[in-house]
Design a protein around this ligand. Structure first.
Ligand SMILES: [Zn+2]
Length: 136
């Protein structure tokens, strides 16, 4: 599975954010997150397919999402979540749309809970709990 163009799923993802975020969150779909961060004087560890950011000046929240995510990246993310103990990962995150909904909710979990990178499993759990509040 790969994500060809996350822009095709924008409506669903923005509705997910409206439903679960405590304040407005911009969804920024960009070709390359490392390039975007470099252009804003930010820095990233590597070049992730998604990242939560807080504007240093305004404090506004945003979630960055790479426009296309190749099958290797999708597989490695699913592997990571599964290794974290979520046995249903492969069957639940089986479509590009559900995969992206979980990805965006995971990033929202970092923002809502002020969780750092040492909370990946907590973020996954938070995202799964909200993913299941309505049928996919
Ligand atoms: Zn994370």
């Amino acid at each position: 599975m790969q994500i060809e163009d996350a822009e095709n799923h924008r409506q669903v993802l923005e509705s997910e954010l409206r439903k679960h975020a405590s304040r407005p969150v911009d969804l920024l779909i960009v070709d390359d997150i490392a390039d975007w961060a470099a252009s804003r004087n930010g820095n990233t560890k590597g070049n992730p397919p998604a990242m939560a950011v807080t504007d240093g000046v305004t404090g506004a929240w945003a979630i960055l999402l790479r426009r296309s995510i190749d099958s290797g990246w999708v597989a490695s993310i699913i592997d990571r979540i599964e290794i974290g103990g979520f046995e249903q990962t492969r069957s639940v995150l089986a479509s590009p749309e559900t995969f992206l909904r979980h990805t965006v909710l995971h990033e929202l979990a970092h923002l809502e809970n002020r969780w750092g990178q040492d909370h990946e499993e907590d973020c996954d759990e938070w995202a799964f709990a909200r993913l299941n509040t309505h049928a996919a």
